[in-house]
Design a protein around this ligand. Structure first.
Ligand code: GLP
Length: 260
């Protein structure tokens, strides 16, 4: 795992944006795996700025989001469809016909999950998968004890995740209990992974992901099995790492190593 520690959130976001921009510039038809959550908002803002001011184009890109709440229609203001439209798609030149999210309002969510997994395979798999991390170590909506061999399917959200996401809904009761999420194995099949974590609330999950045992109790720890996983952190999210000196020796101030 490549652990990049940046001085603050702003620097971490710029570093992550560089990695995404480099991928899209080198491979204009890249298949991107996209994520939602508060962590990603400044990243999408920066990518939109680069589109506007620097000509970064997403016109050839295909995208697959990690997850969507079950029961929310795409135009529901708390759906991830709506989040993506507002935070990213409406600000760049991506072709909506190739910007995919799981269908949370499908009459048969299990069939919709299987169809989504097949659609990713048909697109040739994901080149770069963006990821955030939950305070409990989840990636996508793969909650603790999710199978490390899992594929796109329905997951029941933990109370902790529902509480963390409650801020977007009217109340805890209104916060959905179920979601469709790509699986841990789906994520691990991506050719590259880029996980971003910022803020002190993520420090414990980050330690378990990077330095803990590979365990379904922390689904993000499965990234230890991925040959090309990069983790971009700010100081606060990196605060509990015990081998921090080593990561900073290899990647001073989060920059590439001499051999990259
Ligand atoms: C959400 C999403 C994840 C996201 C995580 C962290 O529930 N399903 O994809 O990475 O929780 O969100 P945030 O960035 O708001 O802390």
């Amino acid at each position: 795992m490549k652990v990049l520690i940046l001085p603050d959130e702003g620097a971490a976001i710029l570093r992550a944006a560089d990695i995404v921009a480099r991928t899209v510039a080198a491979q204009p038809k890249a298949v991107l795996g996209l994520a939602t959550g508060g962590t990603m908002l400044p990243l999408y803002e920066e990518l939109a700025r680069r589109h506007r001011e620097e000509g970064l184009s997403f016109a050839g890109v295909t995208s697959f989001n990690l997850d969507e709440y079950i029961g929310l229609a795409p135009d529901h203001p708390c759906s991830y469809h709506h989040y993506m439209e507002k935070a990213f798609f409406s600000h760049v030149d991506i072709d909506r016909a190739r910007a995919h999210l799981p269908k949370g309002d499908a009459p048969d969510p299990q069939a919709a999950s299987e169809a989504y997994e097949a659609l990713i395979a048909d697109a040739g798999g994901i080149d770069l998968q963006l990821l955030g991390i939950g305070q409990n170590g989840h990636i996508g909506f793969n909650e603790p004890t999710a199978s490390l061999g899992s594929r796109t399917r329905i997951k029941t959200l933990t109370q902790s995740t529902r509480r963390a996401n409650q801020r977007y809904f009217a109340s805890f009761e209104d916060t959905p209990q179920y979601a469709i999420t790509t699986g841990v194995a789906t994520i691990l099949e991506s050719r590259k992974c880029l996980l971003i974590a910022t803020g002190a609330a993520k420090a414990r999950a980050v330690r378990q992901m990077v330095e803990g045992p590979v365990s379904a109790v922390c689904p993000a720890s499965a990234l230890q099995l991925h040959a090309r996983a990069t983790v971009v952190l700010d100081e606060e999210a990196a605060a509990e790492l015990t081998l921090r000196d080593y990561y900073e020796t290899v990647h001073p101030r989060g920059q590439d190593s001499v051999f990259d």
